[in-house]
Design a protein around this ligand. Sequence first.
Ligand code: PMT
Length: 404
Amino acid sequence: MHAASRIIVGVTGSVAAYKAAELVRRLQARGAQVRVVMTEAAEAFVTPLTFQALSGHPVRGALLDPQGEAGMDHITLARWADAVVVAPASADFLARLRAGLADDLLSTLCLATRAPVYLAPAMNQVMWHHPATQDNVATLRGRGCRFIGPNDGGQACGEVGPGRMSEPAEIVTRILDAAGGALRGEHWVITAGPTREPLDPVRFLSNRSSGRMGFALAQAAAQSGAQVSLISGPVALDTPQGVRRHDVETAQQMLEAVMAVAPEAEVFIGCAAVADVRPARYQPVKLGKAALGESLPLARNPDILASVTALTQPPFTVGFAAETDDLEARARAKLRSKNLDMIAANLVGRPGLGFEADRNELLLLWSDGKEHLGPADKAALATTLIDRIVTHREAIRPSANTGI
Ligand code: PMT
């Protein structure tokens, strides 16, 4: 689907209804035409006037609205849409959609349209886990509805778990970019995981990276239509669909694999936790206790990011910084010293975030800007990060191989 799409945003009764205002604004900023349809319950959370002011069009709610039916009736509206996105989609709305009810305009539109229907659920995590809701979701998925989220995290009711509506940026990326592929024709190179620096055939130096953050980025870029080369250290993860994976072990091997593809790439993201040093000498036979000694001579590994940015025509380059303190200052120093376009900094060493965890929190920095992303699960964070790269890259470095 391209930017000039016609999109119906359906808003149902949930505390997340306020986020739909940002969704409308972001869709319009990407050139989409938007019409908003609200359920009666949604109006208890946000007023139709908010959406009318944002979209510049009257907001529809009732099915039997003489004025609405005289203008764009429900069938015309259903045919007009290139996509319908219900965000937030409450548990009640999912149940009504599954039952095929047509007792208000939004449920009727979902029945009457041939356009794809996206659903971004939002509800308490116990309601989300309830077998009735899960059964409704499975049935609706089977009928072709496309679910976005829900995400994991703190909820308005004070509980923690799945049920938070996905962030508007993530929803926009899924709707506008996935089908048509906003990144189609672009080559993105992404590194992930740790490197392993052998001392002898049985011992090595390494770190705690699981590869999850880098694999999530590869998946999100591929879903947006990019051709993705994922260069991964040793991890226990499946290759995301549509991604070309190249497995390596050491920093030197990762450098060689990256340099073979980076000169032709539009974007390079260095998410791997590359070992800065390696044992100075590799011993081809297992070292006995006596031969190990008490200190280990080390040698510096090549810096992969710096090698990429030293290319004559480097891709738009995004680094990561894993820090335990002084996050912004240290990350800014890396942004400058490695000549990066952007850097995603994470404070590591906190339980449940960063290395090995499913969730992360990032401070994204570029020469004259910054933005906090998350905390969120790594899949959602990856989608948001890719959205921000696409949004800012032209302003940050107009000369990059952006293909636009
Ligand atoms: O893999 P997960 O378990 O999902 O965890 C994700 C993560 C914490 C590993 C990830 O979010 C992250 O922070 N990755 C970068 C880790 C790291 O090595 O940070 P650093 O501050 O030491 O390195 C800075 C940057 O230089 C990184 O982009 C790194 O890829 C790059 N680098 C480092 C050394 C080197 N020799 N060459 C490099 O290119």
